[in-house]
Design a protein around this ligand. Sequence first.
Ligand code: SF4
Length: 576
Amino acid sequence: MDKIFRVNMTDLTTKVEAVPAGWAGLGGRGLTSTIVAAEVPPTCHPLSAQNVLCFAPGLLTGTAAANSGRLSAGAKSPLTGGIKESNAGGTAAQMLAKLGIKALIIEGAPKDGTWYNLAVGVNGVVISEEKELLGLGNFAVIDAVEARLGKKTGVLTIGIAGELKMTAANISVKDPDSKIRSHGRGGLGAVMGSKQIKFISIDGEGAPGVKIADPEKFKAAAKVFAKALLDHPVSGEGLPTYGTNVLVNILNEAGGLPTKNFTVGQFEGHDKISGETMHDTIAARGGKVKHGCHAGCIIQCSQVYNDKDGKYITSGFEYETIWGLGADCCIDNLDDIARADSLMDDIGIDSIETAVMFGVAMEAGILPWGDSKGLLRILSEEIGKGTPLGRIMGGGAGSVGKAYGVTRVPVVKNQGIPAYDPRSVKGIGITYATSTMGADHTSGYTIATNILNVGGYVDPLKKEGQVELSRNLQIATAAVDSTGMCIFVAFPALDIPECLPALIDMINARFGIALTGDDVTNLGKHILKLERQFNIEAGFSNVHDRLPDFFKTEPVAPHNAVWDFTDAEIDEFWNF
Ligand code: SF4
C-alpha cells in the first residue's frame, strides 16, 4: 500500500500517512501540483516556512515500462512566484516508487541556522544534523554519501547555489553512474536550501516493489510501447545518435536559433557546437555517444563527453545548455561549454537559466561576447563562491537585467526563455507566454510540429493553428508528466497510432482500472487549470501571459519575423 512520507523541518518531526482518497489516481506533476495547491498559501514567500517542497514519482515509475523513471519536484517557485513542477531522471524516482512512497512532502523550516540531511527508508524518514558536507559541490556530496551509506544509495542534493538560496538553484539527483541529473528550472534548490536540507539519501533495502494488477496485460502493452519508441525516427534514431543537440543545426537552418542574446536567429559557429560535431568528438575521445539517465531508458539521449585526453567532463549535455552558452553567448568552443556544464552541475544551478543569464550579462558588458574563459571564471569564482556579483547572477536572467538596466531580457514570469526564438517558431511563443511554469519549452513542445514535422505540420512563421497546437500539447504534457515518462515519448505518441493506447493500457494494467483517452486528456486539463488557479491566487493574471516587448519591436533575421499575436489571441489559449 503506497504511503505519504511527511517531514516537518520546523519541529523536526516525521510521519508516515495514508494516501488521501483524492490523491490515489495521481502521480508525478499531477500529484505535486495538487499538493502545492492544497498546502501552500499562494501569496507566501517561496523561501518561508509556509512553502512546501514535495517529490512524487510518476504513475508508472518503478515498473518495467520503458522511460518511466522520472521524478517530479514541486513547490512555489522563488524564481517565478508561481507554482512549479520540475522533473528529472536519475535513480531516486524508481527507488521511491519501489519503496511505496507516493510522495515525500517537506514542510516548515528550522528556526535556527542548523543544517540537516534526511534519510529515507522503508520505515520512514530520519532527520540528522549535517555539518560535514556543507559548502561542498554536488559531485563531492554524492561521493561522500556513497562512502557513508553505500554505493547503491539514492541521493538528492543541493550545491552552493541552493545553500545560498539563489533563485536559479536546482536540485541534483544521482544518476546510475553516480553523476548528476537536475530538477533544473524554477529555483527549487533554493526552496530545499530554505529548509536547510543539504541532501536526502534513499535506502532501497526492503522495498516491497511496485505491484502490477494485471501483469500479462502490462507486459503486452509495454512491448508495444517500447517498439513504438524505437521505431520512431526521432526517439529511435536522432536522439540516440546526436542527443538533444541534434537541434543546433536544425534550428539554425530554420532561423530560430537565438543568437547574441536573441538579436539574430542564426549562429555562424553553429557547426562547431552541433550534435554532429559533438557525436564525432565523443566517439573519437572514447566517451559514450548514447547513455540513459535512468535504468530502463531505451531512447538514451544522454552521453558521456570526455576531454581530448579521454578524461570525463560531463554527461547529460543538452541542446538547451549548448545553445545558451554557445549561440546566445557567441561561444563556439564545445569543450569550454562542456566544462561550464559540469561546473553548473557541481554548483547546482539551472543550466538553462544560467545560460540565458550569461547572454544578458554579456549585453550588460559584464564580460565580452564569446568569452568562454571569462564565463568559466565567473561560474567558479563568483557564482560558485557566492560573491555579491555571483548572487545577482545566480538569480537568473531577470536578476542581471534589473541590476544592470538591460532592456532585452528574454524571460516570461521571470524565467529565462530557452533555445527557440518565438518570433520564428511562433507555436513555442504561445507555450512560453501561457505556461503556468514561466517560459518552459518542455511544457508544450511545439517544435515537434513546427520544425520536426512530428504530429503533422504547422508553419512556424504563421500565426494560424499555433494556439490550438500549444494548447493540445500542454494538456497532453501535463498528463504525460504525471506518468513518470520522459517527455521524448511524445514523438512516437504523436505519430505512431499504437503508442498512446499502449501507454494508457500500461496505466490500466498497473492499477486495475479502465482509463480512456478522454480521461487522460481531462487529467491534463485539470492539472493546467489547478496550476493556473494557484498562480491567479498568487497574483498572476492574463497580463503575465505575455512575451517581452522587444520580440514585438525587433525583427529577427533571417526571416525578419516579429512576435505579432494580439493579447486577445494569446488569451484564447485558456478557452478549454
Ligand atoms: S531519453 Fe534522455 S532524458 Fe529521456 S529518460 Fe532517456 S536519457 Fe533521460
